[in-house]
Design a protein. Sequence first.
Length: 283
Amino acid sequence: MENRIPATILIVEDDLDIADMLNAYFNVQGYRLLTVNWGEDCLKLCQNEIPDIIILDIRLPDLDGFEVVQRLKNNRKTQDIPIIFLTELRHREDRLRGLSLGVEDYITKPFDFQELRLKIRNVLLRNNRYTMMNAITGLPERQLFTESLDYHLSDGAFGVVLISVRNLDAFRDLFGFIAADEILRAVALIMKDSMVQNVSNDEALANWGRLNFVMTTPEAKMDSFVSDVQQRLSKSFTYFQSQRERTYMDNDPILDYKIQSWVIDPTKESLQKIINDLDHLTN
């Protein structure tokens, strides 16, 4: 199973400060970013690579956004790319003109990042450009977990638990992808069941990359959750290895897992730092 490819956002914005802010914000959200500053560059790029969505400024140095949209929609290769206009224009006629050309939505400057994030997410889901749920475990992917982190940061200290499955690729080579997928589903089920019994249904649980699981917990309940999951995983991994028809050779990597947990203090840590820490611990 390959790593899930994040949705690609193409930002077409000639204001470099705004383009940099959009890049920084949506990179944290787990998207892949492409950026150009001219309308012609947007058209050329889309001939070589189809983004999942375009954030398009109406006022560009060479072409206006309306012409860019019209040329994209008139090309069979690019006609289905969803587009959100980013503009200072508030006039009804301009909004109607864009919508008539097939633009999905508008957002006006100065814009709210969370509003833009939700509009992008809704457009992607509406157009089936990607899914936010992991196909194997049924858990949310990192974009939804990032949103939950954003909300948690406004509610005081909380715990984060990260579980990484190790040597699964070698296990898959020995026993097949069906057995490897069973491992991932088992870890997800153990964490969900322990969450219900020891924490609450209000916490966030998600995949963070292909072989990692991450969850928020109340600070006071983090240690008991970790202890319970540790016991369950130990039994399950022992069972999985004992049920394999082929015995391990001396030099075969042993299927294993690692649990890491820590407390987040919102007065000292930002969303960007938490995400960077998770990426560092899972790479």
